[in-house]
Design a protein around this ligand. Sequence first.
Ligand code: UDP
Ligand code: MG
Length: 155
Amino acid sequence: MEQTLVIIKPSGLERALTGQIISRFQSKGLIISGLKMMQLDEKILREHYAHLVDKPFFPSLLASMMASPVIVMALKGVDAVAVVRAMTGATNGRKAAPGTIRGDFSMSGQENIIHASDSPENAQIELNRFFRAGEIFDYKPANIGFVYSPDERNQ
Ligand code: UDP
Ligand code: MG
């Protein structure tokens, strides 16, 4: 099964949305395979947002992502990357569809509550960036047979 990285950003943590966000992913049937709180610094953010370092809003994005600790999560499931991106919604919360996390909880293009990996390749890179060996767990939840069919479970 695929794994993906979610970060509950300071906008999610400070607005006390952590429980609701985790609950949505659990209710969907995604498996939490890693979960921890950490304080991000400029070094890790320059790597994580390397595609944005030259944008005029980058200093503001840096400050926003360091404004409080964040929660990082590894989520596992069939097609987990695409499923979690769909649940996340468009980057700008004002344009994100209702029913998505950003669509329901954000009014901003920057303070948009969570990060989610955008491809399986980037998910692997990002999981390695935010989790150390031993911090991601491989276990089979007891309800797995009620989340997937037998053939899906082996994907
Ligand atoms: N961002 C911003 N202003 C912009 C575009 C992006 O502040 O005009 C921030 C926003 O918090 C976004 C993050 O930079 O989530 C990463 O941008 P990306 O284009 O990768 O969007 P995402 O993958 O998060 O939807
Ligand atoms: Mg992105």
